[in-house]
Design a protein around this ligand. Structure first.
Ligand code: PAF
Length: 284
């Protein structure tokens, strides 16, 4: 495995590759990231994993400084997996001057995560577009755990005509259902025991919908109340259409429930896809 820190060296090294897959990460890798790497490896002859904690996507009051940086351990994991290249730029390499050119995103980027983290997706899209330009992969893999991010990356490559296939990796969960996330390391032992409640709440909503309860707004409100009763501070719980990420309405069949909530000082996000079988018209 090669660890490359400069853009020029990476470009030279990648010249001889005909099929490149990129897995962009901010490091502190866990099984969720590794499953994305495995998808990339099945699809391309050269897999590049980038590790870069992107200041642009953190608001000033957010956890940029304390975001876990574990590059040595990350590189060991990637080497064991047989990754070809780790791209490990420092801040001066990706942002040698202030990043004044940034992307203008569609309105959906200001909803859900975007409502609570203004500018977040602009920062994500800007760094991902830079990484795409540097690596020029044919394929990039993003996790469904960051559902809205995945959605926006798919829209970005479509609307900017980037010749990149975006693939989605399923969320990896611990046994109790908690979605793996680098931010889980902020949780205290007690909080870790409570953390799977977010997933369980989403799962209960999914079950209710599958049992024909389609009062989506009421289901959202009840789920928020349940979490609040357990001591969580909820940013949002929203049942959306998978196709548009707009609020779901009665009759929609492909849904996703998205959530963000605080347990103590830690903000966790999770989501679940929900499919409602469309009932064939009654012939009577
Ligand atoms: O999902 C992440 O880890 C980040 O948002 C990404 C895509 C690597 C951009 O910094």
């Amino acid at each position: 495995m090669e660890i490359i820190t400069s853009i020029a060296s990476l470009r030279t090294r990648l010249k001889r590759e005909s099929s490149i897959a990129l897995v962009p990460t901010m490091g502190n890798l866990h099984q969720g990231h590794l499953s994305l790497v495995q998808i990339a490896q099945q699809q391309a002859s050269c897999t590049v994993v980038s590790i870069f904690v992107n200041r642009l996507q953190f608001a000033p009051h957010e956890d940029f400084d304390r975001y876990p940086r574990t590059q040595t351990a990350d590189c060991h994991l990637l080497e064991k997996l047989g990754v070809d290249i780790v791209f490990l730029p420092d801040e001066k390499t990706l942002y040698p001057t202030p990043q004044e050119f940034q992307l203008l995103l569609p309105a959906v980027a200001d909803t859900l995560e975007g409502e609570f983290r203004p500018g977040f997706f602009r920062g994500v899209a800007t760094v991902v577009l830079k990484l795409f330009n540097i690596v020029q992969p044919q394929l990039a893999v993003f996790g469904k755990k960051d559902y809205q991010q995945l959605y926006l990356m798919q829209k970005m490559v479509q609307q900017l005509n980037l010749p990149i296939n975006i693939m989605a990796g399923e969320t990896v969960r611990s046994e109790d259902g908690l979605a793996l996330s680098s931010r889980n390391s902020y949780l205290s032992e007690l909080e870790k025991q409570k953390a799977s409640y977010l997933f369980r709440t989403l799962f209960q909503v999914k079950q209710k919908i599958e049992q024909d309860d389609h009062n989506f707004r009421l289901l959202e409100e009840c789920a928020k109340c349940e979490l609040a009763k357990q001591g969580w501070t909820v940013d949002y719980i929203a049942l959306q259409q998978r196709e548009t990420l707009l609020p779901a309405n009665t009759g929609d069949t492909d849904l996703v429930i998205l959530s963000a909530a605080w347990l103590g000082q830690t903000r966790l996000i999770d989501n679940l896809e929900i499919s409602i079988p469309s009932h064939p018209e009654s012939s009577e």
